[in-house]
Design a protein around this ligand. Structure first.
Ligand code: 13P
Length: 336
């Protein structure tokens, strides 16, 4: 077993999943302003520190993805944030892409940037304690899109990023996110997501990335959020499994889904069914941002001094997701 494979398995084994707390300052500002909290470095840290020091971290969270600001911050007790995360048994990770820009020649689509200077940034993050990283490529579905150009260029960037990250001794999370925005059907989502993931693996293999030392972070197969038709959760799980079985090489140790705008319960229920029906050898877990933090953020915003209530809310959500990652969740458990 290689060191990278060991790190990947430590993050996703035994029902553990990933807390994606890597919202950029821009995105975090939107989240905080939506609950009427000022987006200052202190407030961003305060909410995140409450999550990172909660009980639920120990049994449920195998890795936390941080943003550059947070990995450089210090807890109220004077501990570095990566040390605080490691002390609960989770692995600190870092988002290393620098966001998306218009794709030239197809300006309605996006290309993710951040390869320039990446090697040097990785050295610094490793010294700070990070052992895994994240890079997100984003694709939208419409009649024309995603274009071959967007599929190819994002796959190439994801592969170049992954190769450099592994060379630096860290596990790359490979995140090709096909957005749920639009009125497309789940069938179209299935065919586009399969095409996107297959192309990513072609490029990863071309760039000699060790597939046993990555984690794939895909979207689930859903109807577009504006579609009138809604397939059942059972169908979501079967289509998602079909997509991954057909497009992900067997060497990959695990898959950690993004929540992508699903509600907390929807994301939990779908993950649970994916695990109940799992006919692959992949570990299937979560790497949720909104679907782990939404309720906790609401509770915190009502009384930012009430750490216990915020942590209880987060602990519950993390526990439900961890049960779902083992196919052991049931809706009755939500009210216990
Ligand atoms: P959501 O779970 O809120 O989609 O966020 C996950 C993530 O890391 C997106 O890049």
């Amino acid at each position: 077993m290689t060191e990278l494979n060991k790190i990947a398995l430590k993050i996703i084994s035994n029902g553990k999943g990933i807390l994606a707390a890597d919202e950029s300052n821009g995105t975090m500002t939107k989240r905080l302003e939506a609950v009427k909290i000022n987006s200052t470095p202190e407030n961003r840290l305060s909410f995140r520190e409450i999550l990172f020091s909660s009980e639920g971290m120990k049994d449920c969270i195998g890795g936390v993805i941080l943003y550059d600001e947070t990995i450089n911050q210090t807890s109220s007790a004077g501990q570095s944030i990566p040390d605080l995360i490691s002390s609960s048994g989770a692995v600190p990770g870092i988002k290393v892409d620098t966001g998306t820009k218009e794709l030239s020649d197809s300006p309605e689509e996006k290309i993710t940037e951040g390869l320039d200077g990446l090697r040097d940034r990785l050295k610094k993050y490793y010294e700070l304690g990070a052992r895994f990283t994240k890079w997100r490529g984003v694709y939208s579905i419409s009649e024309k899109y995603p274009s071959k150009l967007a599929i190819n260029s994002n796959a190439n960037a994801l592969a170049r990023y992954s190769a450099i990250v592994q060379e630096s001794g860290m596990v790359p999370i490979v995140e090709p996110e096909v957005l749920m925005d639009g009125n497309h059907s789940a069938e179209v989502c299935l065919s586009k997501t399969s095409e996107v993931i297959k192309k990513c693996f072609n490029e990863l293999i071309l760039h000699k990335v060790d597939l046993t030392g990555i984690i794939l972070k895909p979207n689930m197969i859903l109807d577009g959020n504006l579609s009138k038709n809604k397939i059942s959760n059972e169908e979501v799980s079967l289509k998602t499994l079909k997509c991954l079985k057909d497009s992900v090489p067997k060497e990959v140790p695990g898959i950690a889904f993004l929540s992508g705008g699903q509600s907390e319960i929807e994301a939990t229920e779908n993950l649970n069914l994916i695990n109940k029906n799992n006919n692959t050898n992949f570990i299937m877990t979560y790497s949720y941002g909104r679907a782990l933090q939404q309720s906790a953020l609401k509770v915190w915003s009502k009384d930012t001094k009430d750490t216990i209530a915020t942590q209880n809310t987060f602990n519950h959500r993390a526990k439900m997701c961890t049960l779902a990652a083992q196919g052991k969740w049931a809706s009755e458990l939500e009210n216990k």
